[in-house]
Design a protein around this ligand. Structure first.
Ligand SMILES: Cc1cc2nc3c(=O)[nH]c(=O)nc-3n(C[C@H](O)[C@H](O)[C@H](O)COP(=O)(O)O)c2cc1C
Length: 327
């Protein structure tokens, strides 16, 4: 199973805590097109996270979908203690993790209070220590990577931060091309990612606002990257990874992809309901999950068909949801 192969484009499904959980990942794995996914973060606080807890938080880590390499899953850890992070990464591998990613980008206030995530962007030497502790704790067959933002407030900070990641021995780095202070403000800095590319020798995965194949082409031209991580774009267009593959003349992986966005969303929602039939005992489960998903789309797009949004908003049970979507 491969995660990043330097000579081959990788399309990576981004971690999205509270959105891209085991059920959504199963859907995206089923729709296909990605090379691997990254789990939402597990926070390593005052204690080592044991294998049992890893599996409670990421139940699909070793499940049938990922176990068959349909969409290999990399486990993400977040914390600021090199020792606890290293010990927890060993436990994660006991639980079945085949690659570890370290979160240095999370801007959430609760995380920052405990000095994890993007707070560490201010102290590159702490980044090196954490990466290095985990790298040394694990056998070479388990890749270790880091996911960063460009810096705390200035995109130029990224050069020192990326070097700190490489110095720690990471196998690759993923860069969300904004600073912590920029949050999700429109506009990403591919030029800063390009500077990192020419500075370090490990592979760089570009991330941020890749919503269409055209944006991926622009990202590649401006950053020089050929590995791409997609987050919110997949919620709006569940077949985005296939569109990107087609734009790069990679072999098609399926032939039944609907043309319009509306039909694609309908297809994905129906598939989601089928994959989660065992949850039907709780009649609100699927409609509630789909409402959350569609709510996120509203934040990033005004082009999603109103009809679908309305159908989803009014559905209370799965049969109602399916009927409204059919109509
Ligand atoms: C709801 C949500 C949850 C996120 N959770 C995580 C996370 O657990 N770990 C992480 O590294 N990034 C997390 N991110 C950041 C994304 O992985 C990604 O870097 C960011 O959304 C930019 O990519 P995009 O424009 O393709 O969405 C999250 C983003 C969102 C919107």
């Amino acid at each position: 199973m491969s995660f990043i192969n330097p000579n081959q484009t990788a399309l990576v499904l981004a971690p999205m805590e509270g959105v891209m959980d085991a059920q959504m990942r199963a859907l995206i794995a089923d729709l296909g097109g990605f090379d691997y996914g990254v789990s939402e973060f597990i926070r390593v606080g005052q204690e080592i996270i044991r294998a049992r807890q890893v599996l409670l938080e990421i139940p699909d880590l070793n499940g049938p979908v990922f176990g068959h390499a349909k969409l290999p899953l990399q486990l993400q850890l977040l914390g600021d203690s090199p020792e606890l992070m290293a010990a927890s990464s060993i436990e994660a591998c006991i639980a079945g993790a085949r690659a570890i990613d370290i979160n240095f980008g999370c801007p959430a206030p609760t995380i920052l209070r405990h000095s994890g995530g993007s707070a560490l962007l201010k102290t590159p030497c702490a980044i090196t220590e954490i990466v290095s502790a985990i790298r040394k704790a694990l056998p070479a067959i388990i890749p270790v990577s880091a996911k960063i933002r460009l810096g705390w407030e200035n995109p130029n900070e990224v050069e020192t931060i990326a070097r700190a990641v490489e110095d720690g021995g990471a196998n690759w780095i993923t860069i969300h091309a904004r600073t912590k202070q920029e949050g999700y403000k429109p506009g990403v800095h591919w030029d800063a990612v390009a500077r990192v590319k020419s500075l370090i020798s490990i592979p760089v995965v570009a991330n941020g606002d890749l919503f269409t194949p055209e944006e991926v082409i622009r990202c590649e031209a401006e950053s020089g990257c050929s590995h791409f991580m997609i987050g919110r774009g997949i919620l709006k267009n569940p077949f985005l990874a296939h569109d990107i593959r087609a734009s790069r003349s990679l072999p098609a992986l399926r032939t039944d992809i609907p043309d319009s966005l509306a039909d694609r969303l309908r297809f994905a929602i129906q598939r989601y309901a089928i994959l989660n039939q065992d949850k039907a005992a709780n009649s609100g489960f699927i409609p509630n999950r789909v409402k959350h998903w569609v709510g996120m789309i509203r934040d990033i797009s005004d082009t999603v068909p109103r009809k679908i949004l309305t159908a989803v908003k009014h559905a209370r049970t799965t049969p109602e949801l399916m009927e409204m979507i059919e109509e």
